[in-house]
Ligand binder design. Structure first.
Ligand SMILES: [Zn+2]
Length: 252
């Protein structure tokens, strides 16, 4: 059976308390409420992404369509202006004047039709720009909210990290000078047992696994030398005997 000074065994419980605290803080760090909210926000931003891309594409297409419609109208208008100037100059013969007048009439009809197309595109563009600005606004709100929650997360992490760092300092002091083999054994069991390597023998109970020890085991433990490192038969943890630790924990 391994041995270590009883005082070292008792101090191991202080180390254990600090390690448990760090484990709780690490758990908190991984489960900050801000993290769940960020996952939710990322999901909503991703959901909105498709609408945003579609809406932006639609508006860009309509802007191009409008430019084309405006240029079509412009061409016809320029042509009509030229015809009108020639006609007004008085320098054309009667036959040409008739031809120009006919053309002006048909250009006017063409311009009216093209202006209707232009108007239709403008109306559709306006509707889509409005839809886009709604989606952009919703997206902007989500992005701003995300930045806010990220800052909350970072502040939460920084606070926890400062606590972990402070505990690391305390732990270094707590473990300083302890029996090296005892610490090594403790570390090994701690890894195997999900974070708890040493537990108080609390009356008849192991505080690690919360099982009552069989009378035969208890008798062995009680008769063991003070510096004997005793282990719980159930969970294998180092059982630390502390004077006065009797029935601290209620049964169940
Ligand atoms: Zn146990």
């Amino acid at each position: 059976m391994a041995t270590a000074p009883l005082e070292d065994q008792r101090r191991l419980l202080d180390v254990q308390a600090l390690d448990t605290r760090v484990q709780q803080l690490a758990h908190q760090r991984k489960n900050l409420p801000a993290l769940a909210r960020l996952t939710e926000l990322d999901g909503r931003i991703a959901d909105l992404r498709a609408s945003l891309v579609e809406s932006r594409t639609r508006v860009a297409d309509l802007r191009r369509e409008l430019t084309k419609a405006e240029s079509d109208v412009e061409q016809v208008r320029n042509r009509a202006d030229r015809d009108q100037k020639r006609l007004d100059s008085g320098g054309v013969g009667a036959k040409d004047a008739v031809a120009l007048t006919d053309e002006l009439r048909s250009l006017a009809a063409r311009q009216a039709a093209l202006e209707e197309v232009e108007l239709d595109v403008m109306e559709r563009l306006e509707a889509h720009e409005e839809a886009l600005s709604t989606v952009e606004a919703a997206n902007g709100e989500l992005v701003a909210e995300k930045a806010k929650v990220e800052a909350e997360r970072d502040a939460g992490w920084a606070e926890i990290d400062a606590q972990i760092q402070a505990i690391a300092g305390e732990r270094a002091k707590a473990v300083d000078g302890l029996d090296a083999a005892l610490v090594t054994l403790y570390e090994k069991i701690r890894v195997q047992q999900g974070g708890t390597g040493a537990a108080l023998l609390n009356g008849n109970r192991c505080d690690g696994c919360r099982m009552d020890l069989p009378p035969a085991d208890l008798a062995t433990i009680r008769s063991a030398a003070p510096d004997a490192v005793v282990r719980c038969e159930e969970c294998g943890r180092i059982l630390v005997r502390v004077a006065g630790a009797k029935t601290g924990a209620a049964a169940g």
